[in-house]
Design a protein around this ligand. Structure first.
Ligand code: TTP
Ligand code: MG
Length: 472
């Protein structure tokens, strides 16, 4: 942190300088742009919410609304209990509730993605102007490599002794966003992506936290294990069972033990807890679809066996979409009939959803067309993705698999030849690109997250890191 550097400590001039920019209560901030009177008031933006109604879920809440217990993913009904709607409450001339038992009222607005995307585009334009390399993670989040634009060098004397040029640069980025677009961002600065990410979360909203290379360990050590980028609730529980409660505990743990318990992922988390992260900030888009497929040991025409597999695949795909904050508008299946005939069917929905039950029911419905047919492989896919939220616990930088193509495909269906090499019983996780690409895919655990074409340098740069895709 900028305020906690040991006096006289020097930074390595060769270290990279990475910024992580995460907009504060982004959708609510956007709403305030067009309704400035909402400034300073509790604002709740609801997904699937309609004015006057009680359905939907909270997409985000302003920090004032969070103080009353409203938070992302909460049902609107729950939010309304905690924070009654302004329109439903008797207010005095200052807009405060008259009833003494109602501490505050909320201003509820439906999600307006088109508008938020416009605001996001303005922010991203500034980010691209401020850095040579920008890795966009979601609508409101990005990493910037600004090594060429500033330095870790300290400036000033006295109390300012510990300020770095990098801090001034990050402040400049923040101010530009605020001045030119009118929304606030929290910015974390560090020598790598994972430290910058933790730093931006550390002091929200409107935060600016600088972690110099020489203070990485002292910054990370006291943090709760869940603050380590990539540790979700499930891993945190397991780590706590091992007596590992803080990032410092994790950093001090025996990498071999972590490896035994969590595989390569455990060793990676250990590196993160130590602040080691040598990923380059690589520019990237977002995945266009998420899918999973699985082959039968031998072809079957048993309807129930097919349905069972499709159910499991649907749950898996829906879970992955949720963990990445992806909403989907198209749900599809793939059915491979012997010898190599690939059929795809898809159904588009009126709007983007996050609904595992719907993935299952649509996939099963599409499957009925193949009742009684001999089938050797099935797959489930969601596409037309909409990234409403941040990368949360997902390790976006590790999530790219080499060679995944994401050419758009319209809903409907098709028939193709399948790759015989994929005819084993393993489940592979691949993109559902143009139909022809199926033929070249190698079975095995890969991830279709993020790359936009098979020659994408991002995919190449992150090759070999796909094994880390299943962080919760
Ligand atoms: P976040 O950056 O996670 O949240 P935020 O910007 O609202 O708040 P914070 O200050 O903590 O960063 O997500 C960005 C936007 O994504 C958010 O404004 C609304 C949307 N979103 C959802 O629609 N559903 C969700 O569950 C979450 C977490 C976010
Ligand atoms: Mg945000």
């Amino acid at each position: 942190m900028s305020g906690e550097t040991l006096p006289g400590a020097r930074c390595d001039a060769e270290e990279r300088i990475v910024l992580h920019v995460d907009m504060d209560c982004f959708y609510a901030s956007c709403e305030r742009l067009r309704e400035p009177e909402l400034e300073g008031k509790p604002v709740v933006v609801g997904m699937g919410y309609e004015p006057g109604e009680g359905h939907g879920a909270v997409a985000t809440a302003s920090y004032e609304a969070r103080e009353h217990g409203v938070d992302s993913a909460q049902p609107i009904t729950g939010a309304l209990n905690a924070l009654p709607r302004a329109e439903d409450t008797e207010l005095d001339a200052d807009g405060d509730p008259i009833a003494p038992d109602i501490p505050a009222v909320g201003h509820y607005r439906p999600v307006d993605m088109a508008f938020y995307k416009e605001v996001s585009a303005q922010v991203k334009e500034i980010l691209h102007d401020c850095a040579d390399v920008v890795r966009e993670v979601s609508i409101d989040e990005a990493y910037l490599d600004v090594t060429e634009r500033t330095a870790w060098q300290t400036v000033g004397g006295g109390d300012d002794e510990r300020r770095t040029l990098a801090e001034g640069y990050a402040r400049h980025v923040k101010q530009r966003i605020d001045r030119d677009v009118g929304v606030t961002a929290s910015v974390g600065v560090g020598p790598n992506m994972s430290v910058a990410k933790v730093a931006s979360d550390y002091d929200k909203p409107n935060g600016l936290v600088v972690v110099r290379p020489d203070e990485v360990r002292s910054f990370l050590d006291p943090l709760d294990i869940e603050e380590v980028h990539g540790v979700g609730p499930v891993t945190a529980r397991e780590l706590r069972e091992m007596g590992i409660d803080t990032a410092g505990d994790l950093a001090a743990a025996e990498p071999r033990l972590l490896g035994e318990r969590f595989g390569e992922r455990g060793r990676e988390l250990h590196r993160r807890a130590r602040g080691d992260d040598d990923r380059a900030v690589t520019p990237t888009g977002l995945p266009k679809s998420l899918s999973r497929e699985s082959a039968f040991t031998k072809p079957t025409s048993e309807t129930e066996a097919m349905r069972e597999k499709v159910r499991a695949l649907a749950a898996d795909v829906a879970e992955r979409a949720r963990s990445r904050g992806a909403l989907y508008r198209t749900i599809g299946i793939k059915v491979v009939q012997p010898p190599f005939e690939v059929n795809t069917r898809a159904m588009s929905l009126p709007g983007p959803v996050d609904d595992p039950g719907l993935v299952e029911s649509v996939a099963l419905k599409l499957l009925t067309e193949f009742d009684g047919d001999r089938v050797r492989k099935v797959g489930v896919r969601v596409s037309n993705l909409d990234f409403a939220e941040s990368d949360q616990a997902s390790l976006d930088g590790w999530e790219q698999a080499a060679g995944a193509s994401t050419a758009p495909e319209s809903a409907g269906g098709g028939t193709e030849r399948d790759d015989p090499s994929g005819a084993d019983a393993r489940t592979s996780e691949t993109d559902w690109p143009t139909l022809g690409d199926w033929a070249n895919r190698v079975a095995g655990d890969t991830d279709d997250g993020g790359s936009t074409d098979s020659s994408d340098p991002v995919a190449e740069a992150t090759d070999g890191q796909a094994s880390l895709t299943e962080f919760e």
